[in-house]
Design a protein around this ligand. Sequence first.
Ligand code: SIN
Length: 303
Amino acid sequence: MVQQREKIIESKTPYSSANRRMEYDHFKVSPVSGALGAEIEGVDISSSLSDGVVADIRQALLDHLVIFFRDQDLSPEAQIAFSKQFGELDEHDFVKGMKGYPELIRLVREADEAGRNFGGVWHSDVTHQESPALGSVLYGVDVPPYGGDTLFANQYMAYEALSSGMKEMLDGMIAIHSAIGPFGPQGRSKVYWRNMDVETNEKALEEVEHPVVRTHPETGYKGLFVNGTFTLRFKGMTEEESEPLLKFLFRHSSQEPLTCRFRWKKGSVAFWDNRSVMHYALNDYGGYRREMRRSTIAGDRPF
Ligand code: SIN
């Protein structure tokens, strides 16, 4: 914890997406919305990248919160090698890794599947963990001809858009998170995601505490950190008491002006900063197959 705090660079508060950096030494970036997100052109992420390119990618991630690459040909080995340049990789607690690649999970929905899709609730990844992910790298293996886009929402902006009274109240609050909703004994994985390798276990019942407003360990900006998949209630309150405020925050934090939308093609890659964005996988491609491959980079304990 102390080490993390020492690492923080001085932040320019308040956060503004208009201050995003647009020039990098090693590639061109094109923002995809006013709030967040940028496409990066001119980098083959399956190749061996120089330290300078990796440093620029990391900086672009911090600046734009989610970055996109097109036309990549990523073998499982190449996805692991790329992702590892940004930190240790996490294995998912409930979705079994691919054979021979425990750090990679397949998010697959077959053409004949109906009902809730994986990732179809606004969320940050794995916040049921004490140290949720730094970020995730998602690769488009098989993409429907239309639909199946992913939406992202800027949580620094969500925090900044709150009134000073609400900010002050939330700044001191703690939320309880667990994986019971998706992966508990009566969780969504019992009914849906039948073509994914999901294994529920007791860990889904474990509860962890996270601040409702977290400070990004690298940028120093504050962002909202509650989400519809894993956040159950506020510490010291019942679920019933917490519900109205959580409902407000879930809607507030995913308002359209805070978002960008990514249209997938085969070979596209999205790399998001899980500490400052939420994401949402749209469920509008019934009758078509969609397969993505995800690696998740281990993160720090939020503070
Ligand atoms: C996820 O929540 O990691 C999945 C996102 C997607 O499939 O678009």
